[in-house]
Design a protein around this ligand. Structure first.
Ligand SMILES: [Zn+2]
Length: 334
């Protein structure tokens, strides 16, 4: 019943033991023989994958100094069908995921279809991918070593996003005012990077989906400059335009003080990567990620120690049971 593929699988895992003792080989051989021997009529023989898994477990019991499997994250794809529906799942590094996501989004926008529809069109070759035209805005501190990258629409992540071409804009100081009503890219990206979200209290609309409001109207001489501009979503922009609320912007801290009709007021802090408080955060998030990884590593080591202990206990029990059987005079063939 053992075909070549199964024998290769056994050999590949066994090879990791190096030069195992005769006793170890005999013990593994006995375990496999027991497992391979059918105990029911028409019992299906284990698959190569099952055999590989089983022998990995056996090898682990006999030599815990080796790792038989690489469990580091790798790209994964799976499909599951249930009734008339199918679910497809892709697991990749976040930098790759963001690029794919943006490519699907670009196709969805161009063809005015949903994201799901766009992915179907792309993968069935009905439309051409727009990947080459995906524009992604990221923010990164250049005075912090290994600074995390803030990806517009996706938040913080470690490591740069691979790009075909990159335009770098220096936003370490405030850009000059735009001459026109519409802000230049530098002004827009500075305000979005400072504000993070719509600046109304409790509103989470991402800044890059917001409108930039001239605090003092452009017509009244208000400049198109970050010191006079705030990201507001459509809803909260209307609230301001209608005169139901008015705000003051602190150009140094980016704080917005809202003054309401009924005389109450509220302060909101900017939450984007360029916000003064967040600039420091770029440093701490790098440390946080390092700390998180160290903790996860420690937990994984502790888990392994725990599992090993259980496995040793289980192996001892099996050995005990086996010895009892042998005492009965029953011969084990090999
Ligand atoms: Zn809002």
């Amino acid at each position: 019943m053992l075909d070549l593929a199964a024998l290769i699988a056994i050999d590949q895992v066994m090879a990791k033991l190096g030069q195992p003792s005769k006793e170890v080989v005999a013990a593994i051989d006995a375990s496999l023989a027991r497992w391979f021997t059918p105990t029911k009529p028409n019992q299906v023989f284990p698959t190569t994958a099952q055999i590989r898994r089983r022998i990995r477990d056996l090898v682990k019991v006999h030599d815990d100094s080796i790792a038989v499997e690489d469990k580091r994250p790798k790209n994964r794809y799976s499909m599951m069908t249930r009734a008339q529906r199918a679910t497809l799942e892709l697991e990749v590094d976040s930098s790759v995921g963001i690029i794919i996501h943006e490519a699907i989004k670009a196709a969805a926008e161009k063809h005015e279809v949903s994201m799901a529809e766009a992915l179907i069109l792309l993968t069935t070759g009905k439309v051409e991918p727009e990947a080459a035209r995906v524009v992604l805005h990221t923010y990164k501190a250049d005075d912090v070593e290994d600074a995390p990258v803030y990806v517009e629409g996706h938040g913080w992540q470690v490591g740069d996003i691979p790009a075909k071409s990159t335009t770098v804009r220096d936003l370490s100081t405030k850009p000059e005012a735009s001459k026109s009503y519409g802000p230049a890219t530098m002004v827009r990206k500075y305000v979005e990077g400072r504000d993070g979200t719509c600046r109304a209290a409790g509103c989470g609309m991402p800044a890059w989906l917001c409108q930039l409001d001239h605090r003092i109207n452009y017509a009244d001489g208000g400049p198109t400059h970050p010191d006079n501009m705030v990201a507001l979503c459509q809803h909260h922009h209307n609230m301001k335009t209608d005169g139901r609320a008015f705000y003051i912007l602190d150009p140094d801290t980016g704080d917005v003080v809202w003054l309401f009709e009924d005389g109450t007021w509220a302060i909101t802090e900017p939450s984007g990567p360029l916000a003064p408080k967040r600039k420091r955060w770029a440093r701490t998030i790098a440390q946080d990620i390092e700390g998180y990884r160290a903790r996860k590593h420690r937990e994984a080591q502790e888990l392994k120690a725990e599992l090993d202990k259980e496995q040793r206990e289980a192996a001892r029990q099996t050995e005990k049971a086996k010895n009892k059987k042998s005492e009965g005079g029953e011969e084990i063939p090999f």
